[in-house]
Each structure stands twice: as C-alpha cells, then as structure tokens.
Design a protein around this ligand. Structure first.
Ligand code: IPD
Ligand code: CA
Ligand code: CA
Length: 261
C-alpha cells in the first residue's frame, strides 16, 4: 500500500471534484424499500464516480457501496472501501442541506482512513490511523465525557419511536434534550465534535457507520451495538456512537427495560 498520507490527499481531492455534481444532475426521486426510503440519480452517480476514482488507482480493491450492494456477495477483502454516496437523501431532496458523503478504508479488517464530507458547507471530516481526527485542517479534540442528563442526544426518530417506544420515551425524558440532523453521517459528526453526547440508529447498513470505527478509536468514543458488541461490516445493525458516560446511561436504561438483551 502506498503511503497513507498520499492516499489521503488523493481521496480528499477526488471528493471535492466528484461532489460538484450535486447541483448539476437533473433527477427524479425514486423509492427503494418503502415510501420514505428515497434514492436519486445523484446518489448513484456519486457512488459511480467515487468507485471509478478508487478503481483507477487500485483496480484490485473491493468496494462496498450502498447503491450497488449485493447482500449475497462476500465483501471480505484485505483492501475494502465502504461508500455511502449521499447520506441523508431525504434531507437532500427535501431541504438540499444537511447531507454528506461517507467513505472508509479498511486494510486487513483494520480501519485506516475515514471521511464524512458535508458537501454544502465544504466541511471534510477525516481520520487517518494514529493521526487523530480533523475538520478540514483543524484538529478535533477528544469530546468531554458528559452523561445523558448533561448532553443533547440524537436518534433515528421514526424507527426508534416505532420499534422501541419505551426507550425513546426514557431518552426524551432523561436526556438533557433530543435533536436530530437526519443523517447518520452528520448526526455522528455532532458526537465526534462533542456537540451531542450520543447518536443511536435502530438499523443501518455498513455504509451508514463504516467511518465511525476509526473516528471513535482516535477520539476514545464508544461505538457499539445495543448488545454491547462492535457492529460488524457484514450486514445491517443497530448502533450507538457515544461518550462512555452516555453509553453507560443507555445500558442502564436498556437493562431496566429488559430490551434487546
Ligand atoms: C439514512 C440516514 C437516516 C438514517 C437511516 C439511514 P440514507 O441514510 O442516515 O438519517 O435514519 O438509517 O439509512 O438512506 O439517507 O443514505
Ligand atoms: Ca446512509
Ligand atoms: Ca445513502
């Protein structure tokens, strides 16, 4: 593998090039699994361009992208890239704001590079193994370890309310306050920057959480599923990214409710 720093520069410049398509493509809004699960030509074209950029340099690497994902395929690889071309497609369609592109690179299963790019704000969050986390060129410090009653938290509102109403109610009442940006990428970033104490998603694909592994390793944040294990890239999972204090508070609530144990 080439020098990681050079690879990082290549990815950052590719991102800025390909993201220019967001307001250049005419698109129709289509549904995927249900009426609220949206996709557009922009999602597919973004994934195609990022894939093309990676493959032009590393033809043998494996790409796991949301829009081309095949659940039957074995994605285990020594050189794996995971792409969510537009995270927050609902925000993209409804507000043209608060959507991002997610990319993560794993070598022999180890997270090496992670990116969350807020295209509209041109804010690129990145991490390289052992080098910390950056927002553009500014280093992000480890967030303060606050508990649930001291911080704002975020959840995937609809599904958490629908499938875990008691947990949802407890989080609303016991947390300092609940907010939601509406995208796993940018809600996760709020935790990484210390603005939220946690973000929980009831069920996301590997592309929704792939960048979290390295961001959390570098900043000492917790990234687990609700059974207390590290989520696997091999399929869909619930997950929480949190300070360790908020994570302990979550566990207590889940124990009290006897949920997911
Ligand atoms: C979705 C968003 C949403 C989250 C869903 C994700 P998409 O990703 O991150 O906030 O609640 O679980 O699937 O479909 O916009 O890439
Ligand atoms: Ca997503
Ligand atoms: Ca997406």
């Amino acid at each position: 593998m080439e020098n990681l720093k050079e690879l990082d520069r290549f990815i950052k410049s590719s991102f800025r090039k390909v993201s220019k398509i967001i307001d250049k493509i005419e698109y129709k809004v289509e549904n995927k699994t249900n009426e609220r699960d949206l996709v557009t030509e922009v999602d597919r074209e973004m994934e195609r361009l990022i894939t093309e950029a990676i493959k032009s340099r590393f033809p043998d690497h494996t790409i796991l992208g949301e829009e081309t994902y095949n659940p039957e395929k074995d994605y285990s690889s020594d050189n794996l890239w995971v792409i969510d071309p537009i995270d927050g497609t609902t925000n993209f369609v409804k507000q043209f704001y608060d959507f991002s592109t997610l990319l993560a690179y794993f070598e022999n299963g180890e997270p090496m590079l992670s990116y969350i790019y807020d295209i509209k704000k041109d804010e690129l969050y990145s991490a390289m193994k052992g080098e910390g986390v950056y927002k553009n060129d500014e280093k992000i410090e480890t967030p303060e370890n606050l508990g649930l009653n001291e911080t704002l938290i975020s959840v995937d509102i609809r599904r958490t309310y629908q499938y875990m109403p008691e947990l949802f109610g407890k989080l609303v009442m016991e947390g300092f306050g609940m907010r939601s940006v509406g995208g796993s990428g940018l809600d996760g970033i709020r935790v990484i920057e210390g603005r939220f104490g946690a973000y929980m998603n009831f069920s996301g694909g590997p592309w929704d959480f792939a960048p979290y592994y390295l961001f959390c390793d570098e900043l000492g944040l917790v990234f687990k599923n609700l059974d207390g294990e590290t989520p696997s890239l091999s399929g869909y999972s619930n997950y929480i990214i949190a300070t360790s204090k908020v994570y302990e508070d979550f566990k207590k609530i889940l124990d009290e409710l006897g949920e997911l144990k």
